[in-house]
Design a protein around this ligand. Structure first.
Ligand code: 2AM
Length: 484
C-alpha cells in the first residue's frame, strides 16, 4: 500500500497535538508519534477522535513507513538534548532528501549546528519558530522557518495554510533564511514580548500606585487603549486579566509578584551584548523579572530603604493618556532596537533577513501580534533598507507627538519613586541615539590616560589614532594589548 502520511509530528504535548489537528483540518495527513508511546493512542482516542487524517505510529519504523517521500518529520519536543537525541534516533531510518523540522524553542546556535550536521549527511533541516501558544497552534500560529533553503518548497504549502493570516489575508509565515535564522527571529520575537509585557506592567504600576486606580478603572483604560494605536493581543489579555475575579476577589491581586522566565529573553540580551547592539529595553525587561524574583530580599529591603513621599497631584485622566503615549513611544524604541539587532545578526550570520516579511509574520498569530506591526510592515514596504525604525516618517511623527507625555511620565515616576526601567531606558536610548555628540570623548580620554589606549580626533581623519602623555610621566608608547 502507498504511504499516506504528508508529514509526521513527534511530541504530543499540547502544542504538538494542536499543530497536528490544525494540519489535519487543512487536509494534510499527519502521522503522530511520541516518546511515551501510550500517549499516541490516548491522543487518537481523545482529542484526535474522528479525525481520519491523523494516523498514529507506535514506533519510529512504523512512523517512517507511513510517510510519503521525501519524508517530513517535525519535532515538537523539549528544546536542548531531546532534539539531538531524536535526530540521532531518526537518522538510521532516513534517506538523503528527507527533512527533519524542529518546531521547539531551540537556541539558534544549536540550529546552526544541526543544519550543518544534517546537510552533511545529505538530509534537509528546518528550525522554525512557532508562536501563538496553544490557541495559535490550533487555529493559526505565526511560523518562522529557517534552515536548508531547499527544504522550504517541501513545507511551504503546509506551513502557510496552517499559519495565522494578516487582516489582508497574507500568511504569517515566510522563509526567514539559512540555518539558525528562523530560531533567531523567534528568539527576538520573544525578547520583544518580554519588553512589551514589561511596558504594560510599568503602566499598570503607575496607574495602581501612582494614581491609585482600581482594577475596574484600569480594566476600562486598557479596554480603551485596545481600541486605538495600541490594539494588540497583550493589551487585550491585560484588559481581561484586570477584570477577572474568583470568589468575588480579583485574581490578579492574589498572584505572587515574582516573575518566571524560560530563557529566550536572556538569549536576546546575550546576543545583543555579543553583537554590540544596545537592545536596552529587552535587557531591562529581563532584569526586571530577575529583580521581581528576589522577593525575600525586596521584602527585607522595603522595611529599611526609603523613597520619596510624593503623591500624584495632577489631573488623573490626562496622566492616563500620558502613560498611553509613553507606552507607545517606548514600544517604538523597543521594536527599533529589536530590528537593529536582527540587522546586525543578519550581517554577522549572513542571513539576508527580510524585515518587512518578519513584521508580517508577527502581525498575526503570535503573542506580540498587533496593529502596530502593520505599521512596521508598511515602513519596510516604503523603504526596504530602512536603517532604523525611528527614522521612518510615520514612527518619527508618533514619537514627536508622544514625546512631551513620555517625558512627563518618566519625570513623575522618578519623583514618585515608582520604578519604570523600560520607560526610562527607552527615553535614554532615544536621547542618546539622536545626539550628535555623546560624552565618549571623555571616556576615550580616560582610557588613554590609564591604559594608553589611544583615541581618534575630531580634527583628523577617522582611523588615525593618537596618544597623549597626560601626566608628563611614563612614555609616549601606546597600548595595543590592554583593553578596558
Ligand atoms: P513524553 O511525552 O515522552 O514525555 C514535551 O515535553 C514533549 O517533549 C513531550 O512529547 C515529551 O515526551 C517530549 N520530551 C521531553 N523530554 C524528552 C526527552 N528527553 N527525549 C524525548 N522526548 C522528550
Amino acid at each position: 500500500m502507498e504511504p499516506k502520511g504528508d508529514i509526521a509530528l513527534i511530541g504530543l504535548a499540547v502544542m504538538g497535538q494542536n499543530l497536528i489537528l490544525n494540519m489535519a483540518d487543512h487536509g494534510y495527513t499527519v502521522v503522530a508519534f511520541n516518546r511515551t508511546v501510550s500517549k499516541v493512542d490516548e491522543f487518537l482516542n481523545d482529542q484526535a477522535k474522528g479525525h481520519d487524517k491523523v494516523l498514529g505510529a507506535h514506533s519510529i519504523e512504523e512512523m517512517v513507513r507511513l510517510l510519503k517521500k521525501p519524508r517530513k518529520i517535525m519535532l515538537m519536543v523539549k528544546a536542548g538534548k531531546p532534539v539531538d537525541e531524536f535526530i540521532e534516533t531518526l537518522l538510521p531510518h532516513l534517506e538523503p532528501g528527507d527533512l527533519i523540522i524542529d518546531g521547539g524553542n531551540s537556541h539558534f546556535p544549536d540550529t546552526i549546528r544541526r543544519t550543518k550536521y544534517l546537510e552533511g549527511k545529505g538530509l534537509l533541516y528546518i528550525g522554525t519558530g512557532v508562536s501563538g501558544g496553544e490557541e495559535g497552534a490550533r487555529h493559526g500560529p505565526s511560523i518562522m522557518p529557517g534552515g536548508s533553503a531547499k527544504a522550504w518548497p517541501l513545507v511551504k504549502d503546509i506551513f502557510q495554510s496552517i499559519a495565522a493570516k494578516t487582516p489582508d489575508g497574507e500568511p504569517c509565515c515566510d522563509w526567514v533564511g539559512d540555518d539558525g535564522a528562523g530560531h533567531y527571529v523567534k528568539m527576538t520575537h520573544n525578547g520583544i514580548e518580554y519588553g512589551d509585557m514589561q511596558l504594560i506592567c510599568e503602566a499598570y504600576q503607575l496607574m495602581k500606585e501612582g494614581l491609585g486606580m482600581s482594577n475596574q478603572e484600569m480594566h476600562e483604560a486598557f479596554a480603551e487603549w485596545n481600541e486605538g494605536e495600541l490594539d494588540s493581543y497583550l493589551i487585550e489579555i491585560t484588559r481581561d486579566i484586570l477584570a477577572h475575579q474568583e470568589n468575588g476577589e480579583y485574581t490578579v491581586d492574589k498572584i505572587l509578584d515574582t516573575a518566571g522566565q524560560k530563557g529566550t529573553g536572556k538569549w536576546t540580551g546575550v546576543s545583543s551584548l555579543d553583537l554590540g547592539i544596545p537592545v536596552t529595553l529587552i535587557g531591562e525587561a529581563v532584569y526586571a523579572r530577575c529583580l521581581s524574583a528576589m522577593k525575600d530580599e525586596r521584602v527585607a529591603a522595603s522595611k529599611i530603604l526609603t523613597g520619596p513621599d510624593c503623591k500624584f497631584t495632577g489631573e488623573k485622566k490626562a496622566f492616563v493618556e500620558d502613560i498611553r503615549q509613553a507606552l507607545l513611544a517606548s514600544k517604538i524604541v523597543s521594536y527599533a532596537q529589536g530590528f537593529m539587532l536582527m540587522r546586525e545578526a543578519s550581517k554577522e550570520y549572513k542571513w539576508k533577513l527580510n524585515y518587512g516579511a518578519v513584521a508580517m509574520m508577527w502581525r498575526g498569530g503570535c503573542i506580540i501580534r498587533s496593529a502596530f506591526l502593520g505599521k512596521i510592515k508598511a515602513a519596510f514596504d516604503r523603504k526596504p533598507d530602512l536603517r532604523n525604525l525611528l527614522l521612518d516618517e510615520y514612527f518619527h511623527g508618533v514619537i514627536d507627538r508622544c514625546q512631551p507625555s513620555w517625558r512627563r511620565v518618566v519625570r513623575s515616576a522618578v519623583e514618585m519613586g515608582v520604578p519604570g526601567p523600560a520607560f526610562t531606558t527607552a527615553l535614554a536610548f532615544y536621547d542618546g541615539y539622536r545626539s550628535e555628540r555623546l560624552p565618549a570623548n571623555l571616556l576615550q580620554a580616560q582610557r588613554d590616560y590609564f591604559g594608553a589606549h589611544t583615541y581618534e580626533r575630531i580634527d583628523k581623519p577617522r582611523g588615525q589614532y593618537f596618544h597623549t602623555n597626560w601626566t608628563g610621566r611614563g612614555g609616549t608608547v601606546a597600548s595595543g594589548t590592554y583593553n578596558a
